[in-house]
Ligand binder design. Structure first.
Ligand code: L34
Length: 281
């Protein structure tokens, strides 16, 4: 049976460290501030944004939510981003994705000041990450690395397979593993012999967005399996990309909920501290 990597507990440890830093900054009159923009009424986004606000409050980070109706225009959204770029008390800006279909997420990301881009989605920050010279890392991949570090799992020289090639998770995830000297393979919907490739992985990261996609026959016995999926099944229950039966084969596994999700939020808080430090220097 696989060892469960307790993302909730590890996230709590990270948040406690963040809180100490936020308190020290507040004493100096520099309370870190995060703006969270939520457009429309996607129920999953609502839950994640609420979790982020709660985590900020507990960590002593000032947070302000901007809830905009689904009919918001691109111009209105960009005007808000511009206003937040100019606010001295706001050090991080996050626009929760996905946006309603009529809005252009690329343009919104490009409008966020790279210094306040605590998601690290802006092309300037992505470029910094690629060359290994960065201030922020995107929260979900950074959270996965933190889970590995705090579980004493080294990826150096290991075969790491990432399933999924999104700009938000798959691509930066592969890069962070590479920075730590892993041998990295990125798989996607066109990959041939997916099962065999996955079975070669010492560390398998699933970021597909399909419940139960990774089955036991795709996993090398003893492998580390990281489940980035956050899917809802027919009953509305949260489930990952990894079939629960994989527990019988893997050496380590992250649960959903309570694995990568809480780490995403913990790393957002960390990035907000980093942004605030850089901007108030
Ligand atoms: N801009 N958009 C932007 N930045 C992000 O970093 C995100 N992401 C993803 C979606 N859109 C984004 C998130 O915040 C995914 N994500 C996220 C955040 C938190 C949780 C899951 C995904 C989370 O709190 N997960 C809990 C369970 C929550 C529930 O009950 O539904 C968990 O234990 O996994």
């Amino acid at each position: 049976m696989a060892v469960k990597i307790d993302g909730k507990a590890i996230a709590a440890a990270v948040r406690a460290e963040v809180r100490a830093e936020a308190e020290a900054m507040t004493k100096q009159g520099n309370t870190p501030g995060l703006a969270v923009i939520l457009v429309g009424d996607d129920p999953a986004s609502r839950v994640y944004v609420n979790n982020k606000k709660k985590a900020c409050a507990e960590a002593g980070i000032y947070s302000e939510e901007f809830t905009l109706p689904a009919e918001t225009t691109q111009e209105e959204l960009l005007a808000l981003v511009e206003e937040l770029n100019n606010r001295k008390d706001i050090h991080g800006i996050l626009c929760q994705l996905p946006l309603p279909k009529h809005l252009d997420d690329k343009a919104v990301i490009a409008a966020i000041s790279p210094e306040k881009d605590v998601d690290a989605f802006h092309a300037a920050n992505v470029g910094h990450i690629l060359i290994g010279d960065y201030t922020f890392l995107p929260c979900t991949p950074a959270g996965v690395m933190e889970l590995l570090h705090r579980t004493d799992i080294s990826v150096e020289g290991k075969q790491c397979v990432v399933i999924g090639r999104s700009n938000i998770v798959g691509k930066p995830m592969a890069m962070l593993l590479l920075h730590e000297n892993a041998t990295v393979t990125i798989c996607h919907s066109r990959t041939q012999n997916l099962k065999e490739v996955c079975r070669g992985a010492d560390v398998l990261v699933a970021a597909v967005g399909r419940a139960g996609f990774v089955t036991p026959d795709m996993v090398k016995p003893g492998a580390v399996v990281i489940d980035v999926g956050i899917n809802r099944n027919a009953e509305g229950k949260l489930c990952g990309d990894v079939d629960p039966a994989v527990e019988e084969v893997a050496g380590y596994i992250t649960p959903v909920p309570g694995g990568v999700g809480p780490m995403t939020i913990a790393m957002l808080l960390k990035n907000t501290i980093t942004a605030a430090k850089a901007l108030t220097k």
